[in-house]
Design a protein around this ligand. Structure first.
Ligand SMILES: NC(=O)c1ccc[n+]([C@@H]2O[C@H](COP(=O)([O-])OP(=O)(O)OC[C@H]3O[C@@H](n4cnc5c(N)ncnc54)[C@H](O)[C@@H]3O)[C@@H](O)[C@H]2O)c1
Length: 280
């Protein structure tokens, strides 16, 4: 059993959507705790094709690309500066073949895979039902739900063979409470919770823990692109009356994927500042 220092010493982790925000904070926290971390995203600052890619992935990706909010290579460098191994790889979670190739690359270069953080997600489709865009509905299902399925399926045989693994799915309070104007997003985040429990049941016999994090309002670049008045109302709904930090999520994840949480599987852990509590 590991000590609380270097909790993840010797582990290899893969984080999806880790170019910024919560995914980047997760990657850095896992590395700080001792893990080698593979940082993946559709947007890498070193990628010459990033502009065209961003166009393909929707308005949020375009804003982030045009304002250079892409830190996958920087994150890799920060991790290697900590003395851990890391690599930033372009990976679209909706592309099954690409996901399988990346996982194979991780196995070839790092020898194994212990931790998967299914963090990649879309947050830029907000409108009431009549205005929900059919294409974005499909995209949200593909990225948020099918993406987690592809990544889990790709790492599963390796975790199964080593009889150990830990997977985190990034849900949302929209998935537990519903979200006004968030039909597609909330549906995918709710689906991830059922996926988590099903995989926890299937993984238990191989010592694979599968858990979900349910973030509330987290102060990321993406969140700050939202309507300021709406954001303020959401923050005021939390018991703490303040947003969480990406590191709040990363700290919870670091514990949940460690051997200290060996007996925890299939849970939905709220890291939400009490937004789901009855406040008045
Ligand atoms: N910020 C919040 O308040 C909040 C609340 C609840 C849940 N979440 C969830 O946490 C996760 C991260 O949120 P964030 O606020 O950091 O948002 P974000 O937009 O900054 O991060 C999402 C990342 O996923 C990447 N991505 C998008 N499509 C992808 C694809 N097809 N393949 C691979 N990567 C892709 C993006 O490039 C980005 O780096 C998301 O799953 C989001 O739904 C966030």
């Amino acid at each position: 059993m590991s000590s609380w220092d270097n909790l993840l010493e010797g582990k290899v982790a893969l984080v999806t959507g880790a170019s910024r925000g919560i995914g980047r904070a997760d990657a850095l926290a896992l590395a700080k705790a001792g893990a080698d971390v593979v940082v993946t995203d559709i947007l890498l600052e070193s990628d010459e094709k990033s502009e065209a890619e961003a166009e393909r992935f929707g308005p949020m990706a375009q804003v982030m690309q045009s304002t250079n909010v892409m830190y996958a290579n920087k994150t890799e460098k920060q991790i290697t500066d900590m003395g851990r191994r890391s690599m930033a790889i372009k990976m679209d979670v909706t592309n099954k073949e690409q996901v399988e190739n990346v996982v194979q690359r991780v196995i070839d270069q790092f020898g194994k895979i212990d931790i998967l953080i299914n963090n990649a997600g879309t947050l830029d489709h907000v409108s009431q039902l009549g205005y929900q865009n059919d294409e974005f509905w499909e995209r949200d299902l593909r990225v948020n739900l099918t993406g987690a399925f592809h990544c889990t399926k790709a790492v599963w045989p390796y975790m199964k063979a080593q009889k150990r693994g830990s997977i985190i799915n990034m849900s949302s309070v929209a998935g537990t409470l519903g979200g006004f104007g968030q039909a597609s997003y909330a549906t995918t985040k709710g689906g991830l919770l059922s996926f988590t429990k099903s995989m926890a049941l299937e993984g238990a016999r191989y010592n694979i823990n599968v858990n979900a994090i349910v973030p509330g309002i987290i102060d990321t670049e993406a969140f700050n692109l939202g309507n300021p008045e709406m954001n303020e109302r959401m923050i005021n709904r939390t018991a703490f009356k303040r947003p969480g930090k990406p590191e709040d999520i990363a700290n919870a994840i670091t514990f949940l994927v460690s051997d200290k949480a060996n007996y925890i599987t299939g849970v939905e852990l709220n890291v939400s500042g009490g937004i789901e509590l009855f406040t008045f």
